[in-house]
Design a protein around this ligand. Structure first.
Ligand SMILES: Cc1ncc(COP(=O)(O)O)c(C=O)c1O
Length: 402
């Protein structure tokens, strides 16, 4: 008599709070695709889906590494050549108290690892609202409750310092700052960064400075790195190849720990333990890090030129369309327009996929102030494609709400 296993295998209950709206919408898109329609994806920040290419010298570096036989495991922190290049990048960013560096499988893994190495059951981490949902997903996976601070739409989506002060509890261990920001495209001012650093000093917090978009500044100014304004504060700066260097599929990210050497030492030991336990990041792709950070940067001029033009088109459309308004993004490739509609933004986004075959992500998937409604646009496509998408969104707004 064969033994069968008939009882249901339930998933861990803490996964109930793991959500990733950017990809969770795929089921609606599948439905539309089954009917033979092509979806226009303005939901995922992948430049390679549109008219951007990974710089050739990066591809050459990875290809050469593979041909040269770098196909085994790498050291857990990363290969020396990459770590040296990241150290150089930290210096260019003005980070002068570097205490540790490591390469990971995308910034996604840096985040997972750095949060896991810091937080105990019952601790909390301040995350922005709206948020890039990776942070809340990792916290949910660890069984930790969310403690969010507001980004203030009336203030160009800058972090609300007073709200941060109000939200700090005896169990708060750190704060996440995404700059340039996903999903709003805002860029934080030096004064704001100094304000957050002061709170971190006072409450002994670690700052997670997610600067994965730091070279995609759209108005000609440079991104001020959090760690450059607060060399004494415990900060982990995140960077990677996915956005600035147009290679998201390679899954290469890194973390730079800075601050007071003695204060951050136990935390670094914890991070290193986790780095060892997952063996290493992708090996041949690490050879692109030096090529990226020290080689030609010409692609960035072209990328920023395209993004500036597409940002301008997006903002123009938002501000000339009834029921839509938008803070102009200053970095990255996202806009987060507000919509004035009588139903949930998730309903609007679902109908947009089903009726107009355009996919954006609803604001409720990122978090927003009660009563407000938004959606996130990825403005990576070329101008004709964006214009078609905006015409379709405008049409749905008229058909549904006028
Ligand atoms: C703010 C932010 N952090 C991290 C990531 C993840 O990056 P990676 O591809 O390096 O895992 C993204 C991806 O969209 C992002 O927007």
């Amino acid at each position: 008599m064969p033994v069968t296993q008939a009882r249901e295998i339930s998933a861990a209950t803490r996964l109930e709070n793991v959500r990733y709206a950017i990809r969770d919408l795929a089921c609606y898109a599948d439905e539309v695709a089954k009917q033979g329609h092509k979806i226009l994806p303005l939901n995922i920040g992948d430049p390679i889906t549109f008219d951007f290419q990974t710089p050739a010298h990066l591809i050459e570096a990875v290809y050469k590494a593979m041909r040269d036989g770098h196909n085994g495991y790498a050291p857990s922190s990363g290969i020396k050549e990459a770590l040296d290049a990241i150290r150089g990048e930290a210096a260019r960013k003005g980070i002068i108290t570097v205490r540790d560096l490591f390469v990971t499988t995308g910034v996604s893994e840096t985040v997972d690892l750095c949060l896991t190495a810091l937080l105990n059951p019952g601790d909390d981490l301040l995350t922005p609202s709206p948020d890039y949902p990776l942070y809340s997903a990792v916290l949910a996976k660890m069984g930790l409750a969310l403690n969010t601070y507001d980004l203030n739409e009336e203030d160009g989506w800058q972090p609300d310092l007073d709200d941060i002060k109000r939200k700090i509890t005896p169990r708060t261990r750190g704060i996440v700052l995404i700059n340039p920001n996903n999903p709003t495209g805002s860029v934080s001012t030096g004064a704001l960064l100094r304000g957050i650093a002061e709170l971190a000093r006072r409450h002994n917090l670690v700052i997670f400075a997610d600067e994965i978009y730091d070279k995609l500044m759209l108005d000609g100014d440079a991104c001020v790195s959090m760690a450059s304004v607060a060399p004494d504060v415990a900060i982990v700066t995140f960077g990677g190849l996915s956005k600035n260097y147009l290679a998201p599929g390679w899954r290469i990210g890194w973390g730079i720990v800075s601050g007071d050497a003695a204060a951050v030492k136990p935390y670094i030991d914890g991070i290193q333990k986790l780095l060892r336990s997952r063996l290493c990041a992708n090996h041949p792709e690490q050879y692109a890090i030096k090529a990226a950070l020290e080689g030609p940067q010409d692609h960035l001029t072209e990328v920023r030129r395209k993004l500036r033009s597409r940002r301008d088109l997006t903002v123009q459309w938002c501000n000339s369309t009834p029921r839509v308004s938008c803070v102009s993004p200053r970095g990255a490739f996202y806009a987060y327009p507000r919509i004035d509609i009588p139903e949930g933004d998730d309903v609007f986004v679902r109908e947009l996929i089903l009726q107009k075959h355009v996919m954006v992500v609803h604001g409720s998937g990122f978090g927003q102030k009660p009563g407000t409604k938004h959606f996130r646009i990825v403005f990576l496509p070329d101008e004709p494609t964006l214009s078609r998408a905006y015409a379709a969104i405008g049409e749905l707004l008229r058909e549904r709400y006028s």
